[in-house]
Design a protein around this ligand. Structure first.
Ligand SMILES: NC(=O)c1ccc[n+]([C@@H]2O[C@H](COP(=O)([O-])OP(=O)(O)OC[C@H]3O[C@@H](n4cnc5c(N)ncnc54)[C@H](OP(=O)(O)O)[C@@H]3O)[C@@H](O)[C@H]2O)c1
Length: 270
């Protein structure tokens, strides 16, 4: 009796990809985390103080993508930033992307400016994202050395349209985002080809306690397109940046064209 040709062994299922979204307990970071989970990404939800909200985000991500987990870290603390990726990788086994959405946004201007405010903004808004990119690059290098030749990753940095449309409010915040934008260029060169680095710059997307709902709606409409960005628009741009293998060292401005206009003050003070 001749042997039947053996049926081809089933090809292994594609490995689920894992992304760390910082500042994902609430607001834009949460929306990005849920949008990525809906695409099948395993999401590591980072938070600082919003533990309850982070657990809620992780639970909702897990319902969409089988698993998720929340990780606390204060980005003022260099040791905590350094420890974050090893904790995430220890939990999920590996990491493929980082979305840097966490951000400090405290008011200062040319009169009140001081070293302390600048240093705090630089730590959480520029130094931590750079350090997470550095750690992702190192992790992918270790995977490549272990035989995963296809190990490639992406870092998406949340910027702000106001870098292209400056006003003197929130001076330390703006300087920290300018530093992150410049770091995006340097990292895109330094970490290629293993890691792509892409900026996403929203316009006015979510209000704050500084703006009434009515004022927010007026300011949101103040753009060439008659609407700035929604959280869904921003999350869609992040997804595009993660998937498009030709993008690096550039920024997607997702703001209805607000960066083409000139505003004398920050939206929250207009
Ligand atoms: N919202 C907008 O309209 C808008 C417009 C332009 C650009 N953006 C950019 O888009 C991103 C998300 O915006 P958002 O409004 O969602 O941000 P957000 O609410 O101002 O801040 C997001 C999270 O950052 C975390 N965070 C702050 N300081 C931290 C620290 N020292 N260590 C670790 N985490 C820290 C906080 O986490 P905990 O709550 O857990 O403490 C906070 O919930 C930001 O990068 C922002 O600059 C937003």
């Amino acid at each position: 009796m001749s042997a039947l040709p053996s049926s081809p062994s089933p090809s292994p299922l594609p490995r689920p990809r894992t992304v760390l979204v910082t500042g994902a307990a609430r607001r834009l970071g949460r929306c990005i985390a849920l949008a990525l989970a809906a695409e099948g990404w395993q999401v590591a939800v980072h938070y600082r103080a919003s533990k309850h909200d982070a657990m809620q985000t992780a639970e909702e991500c897990a319902a969409l993508a089988r698993t998720s987990a929340a990780f606390a870290a204060d980005f003022q603390d260099e040791a905590a930033v350094r420890a974050l990726l090893p904790r995430v990788i220890g939990h999920f086994g590996q990491l493929d992307a980082v979305v840097n959405s966490a951000s400090l946004f405290e008011h200062d201007d040319a009169r009140s400016f001081g070293f302390s405010a600048l240093e705090r903004h630089l730590r959480s808004n520029a130094a931590a994202p750079v350090m997470l990119a550095q750690a992702l690059h190192q992790h992918l290098g270790e995977r490549a050395a272990a035989g995963d030749c296809a190990a490639r990753g992406v870092v998406v940095n949340l910027l702000d349209q106001k870098l292209w449309n400056q006003n003197p409010d929130f001076m330390s915040y703006t300087l920290s985002k300018a530093a992150l934008e410049a770091a995006g260029t340097m990292l895109a060169l330094a970490l290629a080809p293993r890691v792509r680095v892409v900026g996403v710059a929203p316009g006015l997307t979510l209000g704050s306690q500084l703006l009434s709902a009515e004022r927010f709606a007026q300011l949101h409409a103040l753009s060439p397109l008659g609407r700035s960005s929604t959280p869904e628009d921003v999350a869609a741009a992040v997804r595009f940046a993660l998937e498009n293998r030709s993008l690096t060292g550039t920024t997607l401005l997702v703001d209805g064209g607000q960066h083409l206009m000139k505003f004398e003050r920050d939206f929250s003070l207009m």
